[in-house]
Design a protein around this ligand. Sequence first.
Ligand code: NCD
Ligand code: ZN
Length: 344
Amino acid sequence: MSEAKNSALSEEMILPKPDDFHVHFRQGESLGAYVRSSAQWFGRALVMPNTLPPVVDAGSLDAYRKKITACLPESLDFIPLMSFKLLAGMDAKTVETCAAAGAVAGKYYPAGATTNAADGPSNPGAVSEALSAMESAGVVLSIHGEDPDAPSLEREAAFLPALEKILDRWPRLRIVLEHLSTREAVDFVAKGPERLAATITAHHLLFTIDDMMGAGLNPHLFCKPPIKSAADRRALRNAAFSGSPKFFFGSDSAPHARAAKESARAPGGVYSSPTAIPALLGLFESEGALEALKPFVASSGARFYRLPAPQGRLRLLREPWTVPGEIDGIVPMCAGSELAWRLA
Ligand code: NCD
Ligand code: ZN
């Protein structure tokens, strides 16, 4: 980390402005707060399309991008990277017009796999025309890799054979397996071709299933895919700390109202935009992996997506702070805990 004073005693850390390759900004009145929170920490973010209504064509993509940029004050340089949601039967023309409108990814949500995914395809064959068009246009396939028919904790591993088939059938398609949560998925991506990469979240690197439900149930750490065992977390950390260009950061920051999260049927999603970067800095530092932080949050993803290197800098200070119980009306990741680093 060339610009950073990275000795254990330094009081300041300067990073290239990180990229977040997986974020949920939602639609509606809270959109602005989520966008501004993200833009304080990130120079670009890949915006997920599972909004209500969803982003499914060039018109909805363009309208959503305009809403996002309209929320930004001039002082914040932030580029939303747009994606669209793959729907069964989507034709090549729709993909081509989305690509022309600036889409960098099309998102595959297996039907019923997560929040607002009831309308997803039930198998890759249902979106074959769209996947071929994405392959030709150089649009990345972003995958929520869980098989909803498998038991909850086995859904990610159970999806891997389907991913193998997609890799075989579309030999030039570039693919990102999102929010890895298991050893099996880490191994699969590591051994796969160069055109297969993966995002890893902060919460899957920081926590285990016991933080979520080992003592009292903490619905604010419940997400899809669920956070798993210490052995899975070890594999994820090894991948993130390896400096491999195949593994990069995507927060999967997914705000849900406190009342919904604390209800009898909590939706999945961890709101991590406001705390992910200082928490990751603390983790990489304490694990002796600071050298890997810059590629993980600020260059490997951009390279995979064929984007220019990040512009701008992010300055953090070693000044412990206690994360508030609510930010933007949502209980954030690490609420109530102390983080060693804060935004300068
Ligand atoms: C996300 C959401 O709430 O939109 N939830 C989650 O648990 N991660 C959707 C997703 O990425 O699965
Ligand atoms: Zn997500």
